[in-house]
Write a protein that binds this ligand. Structure first.
Ligand SMILES: OC[C@H]1O[C@H](O[C@H]2O[C@H](CO)[C@@H](O)[C@H](O)[C@H]2O)[C@H](O)[C@@H](O)[C@@H]1O
Length: 693
């Protein structure tokens, strides 16, 4: 036990019951029922125990209420309890009831319980649970089941029926898709917005204490499956898809919800549940607004929202920054870090079991992993020697400067500068331009590897790069977070991709090359990562980059479509190998729906709709100036000695007839359809032709 200064806002007289020593016997919601003397006694007892155990804690603290509170500020049981729990609820975020239900594993998925609605006031439910468990805390699983049935409703009670008013039968995007099967599929993807649409009941606003759902005023689109609520970074690709489905009102409503959350929390939480309220996700709000403004030119909306957009950027720059010195320069770069203690309520039993072998600090690292959106991945593993190695228990997300987060912030800075120019605030625009300049410099000095021609995450423990492949290494290309000539940098990145054989997978670019069993690793391929990589290559001034972008788009669309034909479902992630399989691994079963997958598929169909095919047809390039180089599309397992070949790696490409796969892939050479006609812009296809010319 040690005494360390605490954040003053952690234990105030009102929420003093959150102190870990008394929280299980004295619930905040029961405060009014508790005799004042009893309360004083228990506080005195806590202080006495604290004081006895730590010579540095002053017994003087007993003298007055203020001193009691001060003593509680100063006393601590270890680093993990320095922080508050994921939220203040003794039903959904911390306490005996949550612990008992989750550790009894009443449901297959821990998220089920924390998504249930309370039938009665939390104080009543907690009192009933205390009665049930005292004096004998041992209760049977049957008693517990009955208790949950008596006091909770099934998840999903927080929504009312809603059909988006801006949904129409024939969005313009359909006309751009030449392949009939893909066009039919796009029609069905477009229809999926209706089944993923949700409107939160006003009762959630009136009685927030009965729900874990966080109220937002406008209807929204959820990812699907167990993800019954909105998610921050998912919503970017959902909004992109909605805009292509001509659903501007729904898109705007989703952005308004995030602005509402900014007002309430001063940052944007991970997702729409109170157990997510002390962590965020990659900062995409400014990018959502850019997408919306590009389509609508709604400058009034931008004007009303700009202060909150600035505020979100400030949140990241105040709370998620680390100085890092390279040579004589010190840069300020961003990292993920979540200052909340305890297991994640939605994965409670798994977190408790995992931390038993390690320390409770692991819970901070896991929550930080969730904030990164990459929960979980070998990307965050750092073993006791500081190496990028180990298993989930070696997760040290806070100790890594992530390439992708800094690239997204690069985009934020560029877009915010542009927004302020549009609104006539030139000094603020200059502020963001300066920030962008510093960021580009820092990204170059800290992340860029000139020899390998790619960016790498930076390990803050060893002060070295982590040179393993992660798809996030390519995000600066998409974010245009570099100074060099884009064509040149793209050529270097392509050389890296080829040398690592990352373009040889049948269904897309893998998340990593390590089959760790975690979901943000090999062999999974995730929609947002494919989209950023494809767009990054497509917008580079490189002929090869544009060609590869199309090939990857074709692979992705084909495997998404193939699996949809088989299961009538869209998945949250896919396997890079085989004849179309959903992804797997991680702590929950693969989910269907699926918000960002549908958004990315629509984006690719919009961009390449005149060229993409559902089947293995051979296309001939009909450029008037002669053929482009035929790409090497041979599918092969990694060769011996290549950096991507690791012990135990699963190569599923061996399951299928390689010659058939190779023939299939050879059919993916860019074809000449009718030129893509984009609304107000140059298409990928046009850019390819221009380049050829
Ligand atoms: O319940 C486990 C974790 O689930 C979420 O993460 C995954 O799904 C999200 C929604 O599609 C996605 O944004 C995230 O990238 C996925 O890894 C949730 O965001 C986590 O906080 C949660 O612990």
């Amino acid at each position: 036990m040690k005494c360390v200064p605490q954040k003053i806002d952690v234990y105030t007289p009102v929420n003093i019951f959150r102190h870990p020593w008394i929280k299980d016997s004295c619930y905040l919601d029961l405060c009014t029922e508790i005799n004042f003397h009893l309360m004083l006694n228990s506080l005195a007892l806590v202080i006495l125990i604290e004081a006895a155990a730590s010579k540095l804690c002053l017994i003087m603290a007993l003298k007055s209420w203020n001193w009691l509170v001060v003593a509680l500020y100063l006393c601590d049981h270890g680093s993990a309890t320095r922080f508050p729990s994921p939220c203040d609820s003794y039903i959904y975020c911390t306490g005996n009831l949550l612990h008992t239900v989750q550790m009894a594993k009443l449901f297959d998925d821990d998220k089920h319980f924390v998504d249930m609605k309370l039938k009665m006031n939390p104080g009543v439910v907690l009192a009933a649970f205390r009665n049930l468990t005292s004096p004998n805390p041992e209760i049977t699983k049957e008693q517990l089941k009955l208790f949950v049935k008596t006091y909770f409703d099934a998840p999903g009670q927080e929504f009312e029926k809603w059909t988006p008013a801006d949904w129409c039968d024939h969005p313009q995007i359909l006309q751009k898709i030449s392949d009939q099967k893909l066009r039919l599929w796009a029609t069905e993807l477009h229809a999926l917005w209706k089944s993923l649409g949700r409107k939160i009941k006003l009762d959630v606003q009136a009685h927030p204490e009965l729900y874990s759902q966080v109220y937002v005023p406008k209807p929204l689109i959820v990812p699907g499956g167990r993800f019954r609520e909105y998610y921050y970074w998912d919503s970017y690709w959902i909004i992109k898809g909605l805009l292509l489905s001509d659903m501007r009102e729904t898109s705007k409503g989703m952005i308004e919800n995030f602005l509402y959350l900014m007002q309430r929390f001063e940052f944007i939480p991970n997702g729409g549940r109170i157990y997510y309220e002390r962590r965020s996700q990659p900062p995409f709000l400014v990018l959502m607004m850019e997408s919306y403004i590009n389509v609508t030119n709604d400058l009034d909306f931008l004007k009303q929202s700009i202060d909150l957009l600035d505020k979100e950027y400030e949140f990241w720059m105040k709370n998620r920054v680390m100085p890092v010195s390279v040579g004589s320069k010190t840069h300020r770069l961003n990292r993920y870090i979540v200052e909340a203690a305890g297991p994640r309520p939605e994965s409670y039993s798994k977190d408790v079991e995992l931390a038993q072998a390690v320390s409770e600090d692991l819970w901070i690292e896991l929550k930080t992993g969730a904030e990164s959106g990459w929960d979980f991945s070998s990307r965050w593993f750092i073993d006791p020697n500081g190496k990028n190695n180990g298993t989930l228990k070696d997760t040290k997300t806070t100790q890594i400067l992530p390439v992708d987060l800094n690239s997204v912030l690069c985009k934020n800075e560029r877009i915010l500068a542009m927004f302020h120019k549009l609104l006539g605030n030139f000094s603020k625009a200059q502020y963001y331009e300066d920030a962008l300049k510093h960021r580009i410099d820092a990204v170059h000095d800290v992340f860029w590897d000139e020899t390998q021609g790619v960016w790498f995450d930076y390990n803050l423990i060893t002060n070295h790069s982590n040179t393993a492949f992660y798809a996030s290494n390519l995000v600066p290309l998409w974010a245009e977070c570099f100074e060099q000539e884009p064509g040149k940098i793209a050529e270097m990145v392509i050389h890296y991709l080829e040398s690592q054989q990352l373009l040889s997978y049948k269904n897309g670019i893998p998340t990593s090359l390590l089959p760790s069993g975690e979901q943000w690793d090999y062999p999974n391929a995730w929609p947002p990562l494919q989209q950023m990589i494809i767009e990054g290559l497509a917008k580079s001034n490189s002929k090869a980059g544009q060609r590869i972008a199309f090939q990857q788009a074709q692979k992705w669309i084909h495997s998404n479509w193939q699996l949809y034909e088989k299961h009538q479902a869209m998945f949250e992630k896919y396997d890079v190998n085989g004849d179309g399989n959903p992804g797997g691994g991680g702590e929950y079963d693969v989910q269907v729906g699926f918000g960002w997958t549908n958004g990315v598929a629509l984006q690719l169909l919009d961009e390449y709709g005149d060229q993409l095919t559902s089947g293995p047809r051979r296309y001939h390039w009909r450029s008037p100036r002669g053929p482009i180089d035929e790409p090497d599309l041979t599918v092969r397992p990694p060769t011996a000695g290549s950096a991507n070949r690791r012990e135990g790696r699963r190569w599923i490409g061996g399951d299928v007839d390689q010659s058939v796969v190779a023939a299939f892939l050879r059919g993916l050479i860019p074809g000449a359809g009718e030129g893509a006609r984009r609304r107000g812009g140059q298409s990928q296809r046009d850019r390819v032709n221009l380049y050829n010319g």
